[in-house]
Design a protein around this ligand. Sequence first.
Ligand code: SF4
Ligand code: SF4
Length: 137
Amino acid sequence: MTHIITSLCVRDRGCIDVCPVECMVPGQPINEWPWIYIDPDTCIDCGACVPECPYAAIFPEDEVPSAYTAKGGESISKVGLTGHFEGTNHHGGPIVLDTARQLEAGEVVDLTPDIQPNYDFFKSGPGYSAKDVDNGM
Ligand code: SF4
Ligand code: SF4
């Protein structure tokens, strides 16, 4: 199994520093790969990243919710969305996303389609080479 980062990820980067096997990679280009991605072949399922995420975006693969009920105000970020999100990441740097949408309280979202992009990023996407063009966002 592996842990999965879902579309609740807004690139805060708090998780990356704690991963003991350095298998979390910030997606690039951001509009195509808007999250941080976990290499499923390298993740050891230690769970260290989960409490580090202020947006509760990380789940064990078999616990990714099919009916996530929004608290309201949190954002999802996905290819195809066109909303804007700005914030400050764990290191004090800027976050700017143009693939976001703010959720309304009580809105129910299926996060299971977010599982496959974590695999695709390493199989057919940029994978670890995205680290070479990491701009800190
Ligand atoms: S801490 Fe959460 S929001 Fe930040 S990069 Fe990691 S998964 Fe994404
Ligand atoms: S569960 Fe552990 S090994 Fe897997 S991504 Fe999180 S910190 Fe890294």
